[in-house]
Design a protein. Structure first.
Length: 220
């Protein structure tokens, strides 16, 4: 099972919050347009001939690559999640793979307050017992959580996922939003919006979306 750290998304300021004094009256400073997020060098080198652009939905903005020559893979807003999915067409069949799922909570509530909803969205053989917990591998960023089963089940799963020869085969214990054979599925509170918890699917290879670009549409 692959694990790696993740830097949580950082929402930048869209406008100036200061004010000027003109003839004794407070005047709001003019809004300053924010530069569009840009892909990393490795993303540019990976997604050649793809188009960088923005997708909006659920009050959020995310930037990603659309790749017309690779199954027309592109990011779409999917209200049924709610969140964002990667959509592509292969062998004449169009399908979607959830990339970002949006959960809402009270601003002062802990991330664990979305656990019941996460369980509902992620049926699995042990989902009813799964909890949101900090990953144990080195280098994981602060604020990152995984949906994990109880310790005995987790030990069995990790033995199977790591390829131990005598490990009994099993399905992902916490369903699709929990730990998988490869890749990293993480939960975290969106920087700049304490009412939003995101589940992000980083897959097993570099993804065409930039998680650090996710931000509230009204940021600033």
């Amino acid at each position: 099972m692959r694990g790696f750290g993740f830097m949580a998304a950082s929402a930048a300021l869209i406008g100036l919050a200061g004010c000027n004094q003109t003839e004794g009256k407070a005047v709001a400073a003019p809004a300053v347009a924010q530069a569009a997020p840009q892909p990393s060098q490795v993303m540019q080198e990976t997604f050649v001939d793809c188009i960088w652009g923005e997708t909006q939905g659920s009050g959020l903005s995310v930037w990603s690559y659309a790749c017309p020559q690779a199954g027309n893979t592109h990011m779409v807003y999917d209200a049924s999640l709610p969140g964002f999915a990667l959509e592509g067409t292969y062998d004449g069949q169009t399908s979607r793979s959830p990339a970002i799922i949006v959960f809402k909570k009270a601003a002062d509530a802990p991330i664990e307050s979305v656990l019941a909803e996460a369980r509902t969205k992620s049926p699995g053989p042990h989902t009813a017992e799964c909890v949101l917990a900090r990953p144990t591998y080195d280098g994981v960023a602060e604020g990152i959580y995984h949906l994990v089963p109880p310790a005995p089940v987790k030990a069995q799963w990790e033995a199977f996922a790591s390829g131990e020869g005598d490990a009994e085969p099993m399905e992902p214990p916490c369903g699709d939003l929990g730990e998988q054979m490869v890749g990293d599925h993480v939960f975290y509170v969106l920087d700049g919006d304490p009412t939003t918890v995101l589940w992000v699917n980083f897959g097993s290879e570099i993804q065409p979306f930039e998680a650090a670009s996710i931000r509230p549409l009204n940021a600033g």
